[in-house]
Design a protein. Structure first.
Length: 358
């Protein structure tokens, strides 16, 4: 029997989620929610760019989508700039008895002491009342800094430090809100964008640091430590969604550090450029324009480099695909999970079951 699935939002991520569901024989697309009135009434296959209909019509009406009785919602809506509203949506889905896999808000990847217990308890209560589960994940924050490092850490005899890194050129990253409003690319360096306000990095990437700490059985010093190094453009340049003038912000390197008794043990690092030639002294991918790198210091010493690119596109295209697929492929496990918040530590092994084609 197939699992009935609805996709919530058909932007950069949601289009790939529709494709992933369509290719998975264990999943059935039964509904699509859209925020744009111009998409209302259009077929899901049209919105995903298939050139063929799937027989599922998108709607701006939440109740219409829920009336299709999905077992699970693949929630792909932008949440970085509407955290509170997204939280309310997710709680509402759980109370309606619908399981959810979502790309955000990323604070929900793993419970954080930065938020009150009532914040987390409300999710647990909603899940219990509706008999439904919520899992928030993706590629980063997500699989690249929870499942990937924890698998390799299982090979360790002694762990001195684990460092998980994203090293990427964002020039083809098609997310104007993230690039401009949240990161502040193209803005004067004396304008501090939301992401660089104290404590925000710990809200966004702290959950994966805390999740690794929980898996390793260590207690982190509080608060987490943040470092930020923002650099200006040396000349004018353009990205797919933001123009960057010389002297404005064009690159950033940041860390979220989990200290244990004053020693840095778990480090999340991002090296983000908007042109591949920027700052060659910073870490660079071993190949291509982007990678996830894992460095484990201890016995033995281990380094793992994970690169990706789209079959017909670059690493930012494939970044959307792997984010969507981490959610889509987790649907059966999340539906089967106990009600409430489900973290990566709670799930069984998630694979690409059903995706091998002849």
């Amino acid at each position: 029997m197939t699992t009935r699935v609805a996709v919530w939002s058909t932007g950069t991520l949601g289009r790939h989620a529709i494709a992933g569901i369509d290719r998975n024989p264990d999943l059935e697309l039964v509904g699509v929610w859209v925020s744009d009135p111009a998409k209302d009434g259009r077929d899901a296959g049209d919105l995903a760019g298939f050139g063929r209909d799937l027989g599922v019509v998108a709607s701006t009406d939440r109740d219409v989508v829920l009336a299709a009785k999905p077992d699970c919602i693949v929630h792909c809506a932008m949440t970085d700039d509407r955290v509170v509203e997204a939280y309310e949506d997710l709680v509402g889905f759980l109370e309606a008895g619908v399981n959810v896999v979502s790309s955000g808000p990323v604070i929900l990847l793993f419970p954080s002491p930065a938020l009150p217990e009532s914040f987390w308890q409300r999710i647990e209560d909603a899940g219990r009342r509706g008999g439904a589960s919520l899992h928030v994940n993706g590629i980063d924050p997500g699989w690249a800094n929870d499942v990937l490092p924890l698998q390799f850490l299982s090979l360790s005899q002694r762990i001195d430090q684990v460092r998980v890194m994203e090293i990427a050129d964002y020039s083809t990253y098609d997310q104007a809100v993230s690039m401009g409003d949240i990161f502040g690319f193209g803005a004067p360096l004396d304008e501090v964008a939301p992401l660089w306000q104290p404590g925000i990095l710990s809200m966004a990437w702290g959950p994966v640091v805390r999740q690794m700490a929980a898996a390793l059985g260590v207690t982190l010093d509080e608060p987490l430590v943040e470092t930020v190094d923002r650099r200006p453009a040396e000349s004018d340049l353009s990205t797919v969604c933001v123009d960057i003038k010389a002297g404005t912000m064009a690159a950033v390197r940041f860390e979220v550090i989990g200290m244990v008794d004053g020693e840095p043990r778990i480090v999340l690092e991002h090296v983000t450029r908007t042109h591949p030639d920027q700052l060659p002294e910073w870490p660079t991918p071993s190949s291509g324009d982007g990678s996830y790198r894992l460095e484990i210091t201890g016995e033995p010493m281990m380094t793992v480099e994970f690169t990706h690119h789209g079959e017909h596109g670059d690493h930012n295209v494939s970044g959307m695909i792997i984010t969507a697929q981490r959610l889509v492929n987790a649907v059966p496990a999340v539906v089967a999970a106990a009600p409430g918040l489900v973290t990566a530590l709670d799930l069984p092994l998630v694979t690409g079951r059903g995706l091998v084609t002849s």
